[in-house]
Design a protein around this ligand. Structure first.
Ligand code: KIV
Ligand code: ZN
Length: 524
């Protein structure tokens, strides 16, 4: 029997740790869209960003705090008053909010990263956890690099943080170094040795460098932790964080061994995965547990035969339980705006502005004219494409491409760049090269193309193509995505999307650099 003592708090950090994935960056609109889906999904606490890090992060935390109806918004801060003040300022519009403050406790980090003695770290905890408590009674404290910290020192600092008012104590496996038996032991030791541990909830925050993030998190819960920090699709710094969908479905499917419950509406997991994948531009690997395209596909004849006789032969959970529907033929060119809006609701697009619906509906009509069957995936792709464009400063106005054997491939392009219409013609080593050269001519830049990838949204030669492009500039990367039945149009838009995201990133992290780029453009 599940009882409240077995309720596990799900703390999502997709928009904070997840956004630290190299290449992942989400626009404000995308974060707002994700927040609506996460709120509906039933996530308990949503870490929306690191408010002091940049004006963009501050704004995102503020806006997300206003959107959430059930989930508690949270902001991250280091151990200093400026960070904590920024968290409070960004979160204060919400009726309830959490401040998450962290400091490293391992000898390695204290010495080489913080240049502080253990005594100084102890002082910093006292001062800053107490300070954060002035703004809210929901304060979370994390000991960064916790799993490589001397056990007596973690016990001492955890006890202190609780005495200063922290209600959640998070134990990060910051570098993904721990293994389940060891992580379990750490949680058990804290429960047995810290005298005031019953005044706080213990939390796990596991990174996936050894592929053990989910296993370590579950080991932590079996030892007594009652909050798990995780991200949708497991995105995050380096190899990522524990994947929310895997944790939740593991506890649900093996409830006989892990009698824990969460507030997650699992039928929305697939939708949440798609929204995050589209916003970050990170495709979900086909064989990814729970949300991968192949997670419920049965290829071997012997398996298909077993499935027809009894689904339990090869299925440990149903696709419906995580919101995977059989691809359905949805609408045709005669479907109206109302039916389209209903469809968007069904697909989990909540709170989209009328302008975006109008743009997406226009695209749907064009698509329905071109394409015999319009599937859910097609609709999702074109809505995501419309959402992506909201913050763009460079937009494709027209494109003609001359490709084929013999002739040099050529592209004629018109772009709107910071409100100005510009035209160019370029030849290239293939049509995509010609297109990218046009973009470079119209918006001169020095980014390096790191990845160009095409895949079909659905089946058939009339399928829309989704193109992903990853670019790099001064060590920063962004990923752009776009879908269209014309692969070359999708290629141009994906490249522009990556560039637009780079511009947003520049504005957030180096506004003076972006100002300089804009001045340069105006001088052309
Ligand atoms: O991995 C980590 O240690 C973190 C902390 C800030 C919680 O993300
Ligand atoms: Zn982390």
């Amino acid at each position: 029997m599940t009882s409240d003592k077995n309720r596990v708090v799900i703390f999502d950090t997709t928009m904070r740790d997840g956004e630290q994935s190299p290449g992942a960056s989400m626009s404000l609109e995308e974060k707002k869209q994700i927040s609506r889906v996460f709120d509906e999904l039933g996530i308990d606490v949503i870490e929306a960003g690191f408010p002091i890090a940049s004006p963009g992060d501050f704004e995102a935390v503020t806006e997300v705090s206003k959107i959430l109806k059930k989930s508690i918004p949270c902001g991250l801060s280091r151990h200093n008053k400026k960070d904590i003040d920024a968290c409070y300022e960004a979160l204060k519009a919400a009726p309830r909010f959490r401040i998450h403050t962290f400091i490293s406790t391992s000898s390695l980090h204290m010495k080489h990263k913080l240049n502080k003695s253990p005594e100084e770290v102890v002082e910093a905890i006292k001062e800053n956890v107490t300070y954060a408590r002035k703004f809210t009674d929901d304060v979370e404290w994390s000991c960064e690099d916790g799993t490589r910290t001397d056990m007596d020192f973690i016990c001492k600092t955890v006890e202190l943080a609780i005495n200063c008012g922290a209600k959640t104590i998070n134990i990060p496996d910051t570098v993904g170094y721990s293994v389940p038996a060891e992580f379990k032991k750490i949680i058990e030791t804290l429960i047995n040795k810290v005298p005031n541990i019953d005044k706080a909830i213990l939390s796990t925050h596991c990174h996936n460098d050894l592929g053990l993030a989910v296993a370590n998190s579950l080991a932590g819960v079996s030892a007594g932790a009652r909050q798990i920090e995780c991200t949708i699709n497991g995105i995050g710094e380096r190899a990522g964080n524990a994947a929310l969908e895997e944790i939740v479905m593991a506890m649900k499917t093996r409830n006989d061994l892990m009698p824990f419950k969460t507030g997650i509406k699992t039928e929305l997991l697939s939708k949440a995965s798609k929204v995050v994948s589209n916003a970050t531009g990170f495709p979900v690997q086909f064989n990814k547990a729970i949300v991968g395209k192949n997670a419920f596909a049965h290829e071997a004849g012997i398996h298909q035969d077993g499935m027809l006789k009894n689904r339990n032969t090869y299925e440990i959970m149903t696709p419906e339980s995580v919101g995977v529907k059989q691809t359905s033929l949805v609408m045709g060119k005669h479907s109206g705006r109302h039916a389209f809006k209903e469809k968007l609701n069904d697909l989990g697009y909540m709170g989209i502005t009328d302008d975006i619906i109008q743009i997406a509906f226009g695209k749907f009509k064009v698509l329905a004219d071109k394409k015999k069957h319009v599937y859910d995936e097609d609709i999702a792709a074109l809505v995501d494409d419309s959402l992506i464009k909201e913050d763009n400063v460079i937009n494709l106005k027209s494109l003609r491409v001359f490709a084929g054997t013999g002739e040099p491939q050529r592209a004629d392009m018109t772009l709107e760049v910071y409100g100005e219409i510009k035209k160019a013609t370029e030849t290239g080593d293939g049509p995509v090269d010609a297109i990218f050269k046009c973009v470079k001519k119209l918006y001169p830049h020095d980014v390096i193309l790191k990845l160009y990838q095409v895949h079909a949204v659905t089946e058939g030669t009339d399928a829309q193509a989704t193109v992903s492009v990853r670019i790099e500039e001064n060590g920063k990367t962004t990923v752009g995505q776009a879908a269209d039945t014309d692969t070359l149009v999708a290629s141009a838009n994906a490249y522009l999307n990556a560039l637009n995201k780079m511009i947003i990133k520049r504005k957030r992290t180096a506004p003076e650099e972006e100002e300089y780029e804009q001045q340069k453009m105006k001088g052309i």
